[in-house]
Ligand binder design. Structure first.
Ligand code: NAD
Length: 412
């Protein structure tokens, strides 16, 4: 099968909302193309003394609502179309939850698991030198994404600060706490997803004991498993890049994590049966949570999905064709631009704390995150009822109206 271009999927998602609200053609045209696309070479001195050059990207999609914001991904399959799509989704995500940012994303085509710690640090610093003056606290603010983490953000913040001769914590979010990270940022994406799940549960009559399958056991997926377990949900399956595990009686996420730390994968966990990632997606459960990569729910498997609801912690896990099939089958999808927006919202809090140089407690972070997620969910649900559409289109309506209003207010 030909590789699905996620940017094509992203534009189709916008088209549906644009049609519903009769978006003017000029605004629609502006939103079809990124504002700026950077392609950089990232040279790295390897431990053996040789120099390798990797391909890096940063796409700043639209800044009508504020400086652009979005993560950096280190992955062997990352390419410009993926980064463009991810930057597009960030633009609409920030607008859906009403935080004052545009959208961006970046990445390097690389398998970071093959690098030593020293090589990874030199790669991260080299990337920041290449992005140079195109990023900054009032311009574009990166963050972690797949296979990047707080330590990498710390190196990047340090490199930017050294270049500029002053401490610049607000240039990047997702940093370690010791250098201006925010309480709660580590699990914020999952926490936002949990608030959405609880709101959805009230609408659909789920609750304690409802069953959940989670694809991807990284930052987003593993915290989702832990927090939902604390709320009384039963996690019956999880997976990572090597495969998945299942136990219909429920898994203990903390024990699964220990196993993964010891062996490198969730597979082989004593209290469960090994399954494939494909099988996980098609399990009978109440809620399916894709929390890994794009294009995993396609027209090939959408008809086999038995979950009653999908909560998209991953960006772009569902193709437009798969969406149509799930809508027809009555499966409610909480879209990525709402479901995983807790991460960028707490990143926004981190940036605010850095600029004010005044830091909040974990309780204060959660007290501010919950109302934003709850309100965004309610506004999306209200649009779904108003237009008789699915939740993704409803969220795009909300976001597109906000971006269009910002463009108009600027006189563009
Ligand atoms: P991560 O690197 O911490 O974890 C990724 C997980 O996906 C790992 O468990 C990995 O083994 C698994 N994985 C990789 N390839 C896979 C495959 N082919 N099949 C199944 N599993 C696979 O990354 P993360 O930060 O948890 O990000 C996961 C998703 O959530 C991405 O789509 C990301 O864009 C999205 N997201 C993350 C954040 C955040 O704050 N970290 C915020 C919003 C959205």
């Amino acid at each position: 099968m030909a590789k699905i271009n996620p940017f094509d999927s992203a534009l189709k998602q916008l088209d549906q909302a644009a049609k519903l609200i009769d978006l003017d053609a000029d605004t629609h045209d502006r939103l079809k193309m990124p504002m700026r696309e950077l392609h950089v070479s990232v040279p790295v001195k390897m431990d053996d003394g040789s120099t390798k050059v990797y391909e890096g990207y940063r796409v700043q999609y639209d800044d009508s609502r504020g400086p652009t914001k979005g993560g950096l991904r280190f992955h062997p399959d990352t390419d410009i179309n993926e980064v463009k799509a991810l930057a597009f989704w960030m633009t609409f995500k920030c607008a859906t939850v009403g935080i004052p940012y545009g959208g961006a994303k970046g990445g390097i085509t690389i398998n970071p698991k093959e690098l030593s710690e020293g090589e990874l640090e030199r790669l991260s610093r080299s990337f920041i030198r290449q992005l140079g003056d195109f990023i900054g606290p009032e311009i574009d603010i990166p963050a972690p994404d797949v296979y990047t983490n707080p330590q990498i953000m710390g190196w990047m913040m340090d490199e930017f600060s050294q270049i500029h001769g002053k401490n610049c914590p607000a240039v990047i979010t997702g940093k370690p706490l010791e250098i201006g990270g925010s309480e709660g940022r580590g699990y914020a994406t999952a926490q936002g997803g949990v608030y959405c799940t609880i709101n959805l549960a009230e609408k659909l009559g789920f609750g304690e004991g409802s069953t959940v399958a989670i694809q991807g056991f990284g930052n987003a997926g593993s915290y989702m498993a832990k927090i939902l377990t604390e709320k009384g949900y039963k996690i019956i399956a999880v997976s990572d890049s090597k495969g998945g595990i299942m136990n219909v009686e429920g898994l203990d996420p903390a024990e699964v994590e220990k196993h993964k730390q010891g062996t490198g994968s969730v597979q082989g966990y004593a209290g469960a049966e090994d399954i494939s990632n494909e099988e996980l997606l098609e399990l009978g459960c109440d809620i399916l949570v894709p929390a890994a990569l794009e294009n995993v729910i396609t027209e090939e498997n959408a008809g086999n999905i038995k979950a009653k609801a999908v909560v998209e912690l991953a960006n772009g896990p569902t193709t437009p064709e798969a969406d149509a099939i799930m809508v027809k089958n009555g499966i409610v999808v909480v879209p990525d631009i709402l479901a995983n927006a807790g991460g960028v919202t707490v990143s926004y809090f981190e940036w605010v704390q850095n600029l004010a140089n005044y830091y909040w407690t974990e309780e204060e972070v959660l007290e501010r995150l919950k109302p934003i997620m709850d309100k965004s969910f309610e506004l999306t649900w209200a649009n779904k009822e108003k237009y008789g559409c699915d939740m993704r289109t409803a969220a795009y309506v909300l976001a597109t109206e906000r971006i269009a209003a910002a463009m108009k207010a600027r006189g563009m």
